[in-house]
Design a protein around this ligand. Structure first.
Ligand code: ATP
Ligand code: MG
Length: 393
């Protein structure tokens, strides 16, 4: 058995010794069957949070009211959650009420999709009440129970269905698909941050283009934080999302392929962190550069320049290998990477010119920097001093 499960086993055994039941549940069981790398091991148990805290020496109460306690074991964190069921999701954010239950099946039945509702016991026997394994084999996504009900309870599951579809290269079972279409409008009640988390995972998936197209046809794209429309039919689906390397590239691709009038507004509506908005803005500007001068390269940096080429290559479906080599070469020819590399600072310059610091100083530095970058001015202190002496505003 997989080492991660072996390492977690003592926790389950310990719970059993204390008279409780304990199982591996959720994503880890699914990923084991799919032979995917396992992120973390989640455990469900009949033990109550206070029992868990008593039994294990190192615990962190991360979500006691939802029955979740982290157990630390050999420097690894395990979420141990008491079997529970949930009331209807009144505010569409959190379950309005959580009840602890004694039955594993009841706990599994509250989970979103059949393949996320499997468990495994301490002898690694699979417990699969809802046909998750078969759905994995058929590569289909199916809710546990009535899909209309399950999507109404928690419309985020609509995004999760799309995300799993993209990650696992799956299709959506017919009834589930019909419900997804008819409940898509409920996504407007879900917090933007939670939608954005699922959306970016979707774009990272192996089948993002096809899924975006499914989302378009099922009107999910109309109920995202901003209505998302392709500039032209087929752009999302034909685009090779798998060549992208970072989330800023993925957001930029969305912008370039969509009908967006105000980039900032769009990114803000997704409540993306400021650093991401900044990076995407830079990448958009870099993307518009058709022939990279040394000064462009210096200003944007090599990484952003290459990133924009990756995007261009994906959008135009063209090979830019030669340009990449040239860019890298050109970048090595730039003597500085930032102003800090100039061996003459503002203080020294005011001394040389015998002027009081003012706007002129910024202008001088900018000009000097530009000349150095373009190779018109030597980086030696004496050459720089000479140039400063001769400089006129
Ligand atoms: P990942 O590998 O990306 O973490 P995951 O399936 O583990 O995928 P999580 O968000 O970590 O996803 O959730 C853990 C488990 O909790 C899921 O496998 C599922 O059983 C359950 N779950 C998560 N979100 C929901 C939800 N919105 N509705 C019902 N069950 C959910
Ligand atoms: Mg998980």
């Amino acid at each position: 058995m997989n080492e991660m499960f072996q390492n977690a086993l003592p926790i389950l055994k310990r719970l059993e010794e204390e008279g409780h039941r304990a199982y591996f549940v959720g994503g880890c069981v699914r990923d084991l069957i799919l032979a995917r790398s396992i992120k973390d091991i989640d455990i469900a148990s009949s033990a109550r949070p206070e029992d868990i805290q008593r039994i294990f020496p190192k615990t962190i109460p991360v979500g006691i009211e939802h029955g979740t306690v982290i157990v630390r074991h050999e420097s690894v964190s395990y979420e141990v959650t008491t079997f529970r069921k949930e009331d209807e999701y009144q505010d569409y954010r959190r379950p309005s009420k959580v009840w602890f239950v004694d039955d594993l099946k009841e706990d599994l039945s509250r989970r979103d999709f059949t393949f996320n509702a499997m468990a495994m016991d301490t002898s690694f026997k699979l417990i699969d009440h809802f046909g998750g394994r078969e759905d994995l084999e058929r590569k289909q996504i199916r809710t546990v129970g009535d899909p209309n009900l399950r999507f109404s309870e928690d419309p985020l599951r609509i995004m999760r269905a799309c995300r799993f579809m993209s990650m696992f290269n799956m299709t959506i079972e017919e009834e589930t698909m019909l419900a997804l279409k008819s409940k898509a409008y409920l996504l407007e009640r879900i917090s933007t941050e939670r939608i954005a988390i699922e959306f970016i995972k979707l774009l990272q998936g192996v089948q993002a283009g096809i899924v975006l197209n499914v989302m378009k046809k099922s009107s999910v794209l109309d109920h995202l934080p901003t209505v998302m429309q392709e500039k032209q039919t087929g752009l999302y689906q034909d685009f090779d999302w798998n060549t992208l390397e970072s989330d800023e590239q993925r957001w930029t691709a969305i912008l370039l392929l969509s009908d967006v009038s105000d980039v900032r507004e769009f990114l803000k509506s997704w409540k993306l962190p400021n650093h991401m908005i900044k990076k995407v803005g830079e990448l958009m500007s870099a993307y518009r550069i058709t022939s990279w001068s040394k000064l462009d390269l210096y200003r944007f940096g090599l990484e952003t320049a290459l990133s924009s080429i990756t995007l261009k290559s994906a959008i135009e479906n063209k090979d830019y290998a030669e340009e990449i080599v040239q860019l890298k070469q050109r970048y090595t020819e730039i003597p500085i990477t930032s102003r800090k590399d100039i061996p003459l600072d503002g203080k020294e310059i005011t001394k040389i010119t015998q002027r009081k610091p003012g706007i002129w100083l910024g202008k001088l530095l900018e000009e000097m920097e530009k000349k150095i970058v373009e190779g018109e001015l030597d980086l030696s202190t004496s050459a720089l001093k000479d140039w400063v002496k001769r400089w006129e505003p």
